[in-house]
Design a protein around this ligand. Structure first.
Ligand SMILES: *Cc1c(COP(=O)(O)O)cnc(C)c1O
Length: 451
C-alpha cells in the first residue's frame, strides 16, 4: 500500500464511472457513517475515497472523479503529492511529536522562515503555527488586541473565518455555521463588503471602503479599532472579489487609525489566486496574515505571520498549543512550498484561469441564469440568479452540483444564499481533465436549464 501511495502519478488521470454514484461499497459505508457519525457533519459528494492524486479522486467502487474542489483549496500541490509523501514518511520515521513548546525542532522554524519570505512586505516578520485556519484567525485577534491595547474587530458581510466561538462571531452566515450556537464573542462589528455584482453599478473600491469605514467611525470610533479583518477574495462567502482600490483603502485607513490590517489568506494563500498571496495583486501589505488550507498538501497546519514587533507583543507562553506546528505537518509544508516554487504553481493557477475563465464567460453568454463570473487564478466561481434579476437561484445551483457529481466531477458551492458554484482545482491538474470537466459543466447546464 505504501508503495502505491508514493506513486500517485501512476493513478490514471481520467474520469471513469464504473457504477452509478454512489456505488455499492460507498452506499455501505454511507450507512455506517449515518449510524456512527454525527448528522451535523455534512457530506458534499456521497462517495468514499480510496486513493487520490493529480486531478482525480478514486472511490472505493473504482470510480474516478475529476477534482475541482481540492478538499476545499487544500491539496493545491495535488493529493498525496510525491514530495509531500516522502517528507512525511521520513519525518514519521524520525519522530512524530515532541510539542514545539517542550523541545523544539527545525521544521517549525523553517516553516516560519518561509512564511517570512513569502508573505507580502519586506519588513521583519515572525510567525506562530497552529492546527486550523480558525485557530490562526483567533490568534490574529489575540495579537491585535494585545499589540494595540484595543478591543474592536471589524469584519465584513459574507465573511467566513471559522467555526470556533470567536471565529463564529467573525463569520457572517448564520445557517448553518452559527445557528443556535450563541452567545457569540463581543466587540465584533460587521460592515458592508465591496461586492461589485450586488453593489450599485459603478461603485468604486474606494467608495465601498468609505461606505464601510463611515460606519466604523460612527459606530465604533477609529481609536477603538484593534483590527480590520478581511479575506482579500472571500471564500465561503462566494468568491467575492472586491472592486480594485477597496483593500488598499482599508489598509491606508488602518495605518492612519493605528489599527491592524489583517488579511485572512487561509483560502486565497499559497498560489491559489496566481500569486503566493492574494494581497499581492494590489500591492497591499497586511500587518498580520493568516494561512492554512493550501500550506501543507493536506496535513493540518496553520500560520499567523506578522510584523515582528506585533508578534512579540504577547507575553511569553501567550501563544501556542499542544499540536500546533506538528513535525509531520511542517515537513509537509516545506515539501509543498518547494513543490510550488519548482513547478511554478502560481503560474499554473494563472494558466487554469486562462483555460477556465473564457469557458465560464461563454457559459454565461449562453445561460442567463449565470449572473456573474468572477475570481482569480484557480479560485473561480459563477453566481446563479433568476434570469434578468439578481435574485439568488439556490435550487438550480443545487441541481447543477448534484448532476456534476453524478457525472463524476467534484464541484463545490458557496455564497450567503448557496447560489455560487466555486471551482478550486488542484494546481497540478492536467489540461485535458480541466477541459473535460468544463465540457461536463456545459452538458449539465444545458440539461438543467432546458425548458
Ligand atoms: C476555511 C477558512 C477558515 C477556517 O479554516 P479551518 O481550517 O476550517 O478552521 C478561515 N478563514 C477562511 C478565509 C477560510 O476559507
Amino acid at each position: 500500500m505504501t508503495g502505491v501511495l508514493a506513486e500517485p502519478a501512476a493513478l490514471p488521470q481520467e474520469r471513469r464511472l464504473v457504477t452509478g454514484l454512489p456505488g455499492p461499497r460507498s452506499r455501505e459505508l454511507m450507512a455506517r457513517r449515518a449510524a456512527a457519525v454525527s448528522a451535523a457533519v455534512g457530506t458534499t459528494v456521497p462517495v468514499f475515497v480510496e486513493r487520490a492524486g493529480g486531478g482525480v479522486v478514486v472511490d472505493v467502487d473504482g470510480n474516478s472523479l475529476i477534482d475541482l474542489g481540492s478538499g476545499i483549496a487544500v491539496v493545491s500541490v495535488g493529493n498525496a503529492a510525491p514530495r509531500v509523501v516522502d517528507a512525511v514518511q521520513a519525518q514519521a520515521a524520525a519522530f512524530t511529536h515532541t510539542c514545539f513548546m517542550v523541545t523544539p525542532y527545525e521544521g517549525y522554524v523553517a516553516v516560519c522562515e518561509e512564511l517570512a519570505r513569502l508573505t507580502p512586505g519586506g519588513h521583519p516578520k515572525k510567525s506562530a503555527l497552529f492546527n486550523s485556519g480558525a485557530e490562526a484567525v483567533e490568534n490574529a485577534v489575540k495579537v491585535a488586541r494585545v499589540a494595540t491595547g484595543r478591543s474592536a474587530v471589524v469584519v465584513f458581510d459574507h465573511a467566513y473565518h471559522g467555526r470556533t466561538n470567536l471565529t463564529m462571531a467573525l463569520t457572517a452566515k448564520a445557517m448553518p455555521y452559527k445557528w443556535g450556537f450563541g452567545p457569540f464573542a463581543p466587540e465584533v462589528y460587521r460592515v458592508p463588503m465591496s461586492y461589485p455584482f450586488r453593489d450599485e453599478p459603478g461603485l468604486t473600491g474606494a467608495e465601498a471602503a468609505a461606505r464601510a469605514l463611515a460606519l466604523v467611525e460612527s459606530q465604533i470610533g477609529a481609536a477603538h479599532v484593534a483590527a480590520v479583518l478581511v479575506e482579500p477574495i472571500q471564500g465561503e462567502g462566494g468568491f467575492v472579489v472586491p472592486a480594485p482600490g477597496f483593500l488598499p483603502a482599508l489598509a491606508a485607513w488602518c495605518r492612519e487609525a493605528g489599527a491592524l490590517f489583517v488579511a485572512d489568506e487561509v483560502q486565497t494563500g499559497f498560489c491559489r489566486t496566481g500569486d503566493w498571496f492574494a494581497c499581492e495583486d494590489e500591492g497591499v501589505v497586511p500587518d498580520l496574515v493568516t494561512t492554512a488550507k493550501g500550506i501543507a498538501g493536506g496535513l493540518p497546519l496553520a500560520g499567523l505571520t506578522g510584523r515582528a514587533e506585533l508578534m512579540d507583543a504577547v507575553p511569553g507562553g501567550g501563544l501556542g498549543g499542544t499540536f500546533g506546528g506538528n513535525p509531520l505537518a511542517c515537513a509537509a509544508a516545506l515539501a509543498s512550498i518547494a513543490t510550488m516554487r519548482e513547478l511554478d504553481l502560481a503560474g499554473a493557477a494563472r494558466g487554469i484561469e486562462g483555460t477556465m475563465l473564457p469557458r465560464l464567460r461563454d457559459l454565461a453568454a449562453r445561460h442567463r441564469e449565470v449572473g456573474d463570473v468572477r475570481g482569480r487564478g484557480a479560485m473561480l466561481a459563477v453566481e446563479l440568479v433568476r434570469p434578468g434579476t439578481r435574485e439568488p437561484e439556490a435550487a438550480l445551483t443545487a441541481r447543477i452540483v448534484r448532476e456534476c457529481h453524478a457525472r463524476g466531477v467534484v464541484v463545490l458551492t458557496a455564497g450567503t444564499w448557496g447560489n455560487v458554484l466555486r471551482f478550486l482545482p488542484p494546481l497540478v491538474i492536467g489540461q485535458d481533465l480541466l477541459t473535460e470537466a468544463l465540457d461536463v459543466l456545459d452538458e449539465v447546464f444545458a440539461a438543467e436549464t432546458a425548458g
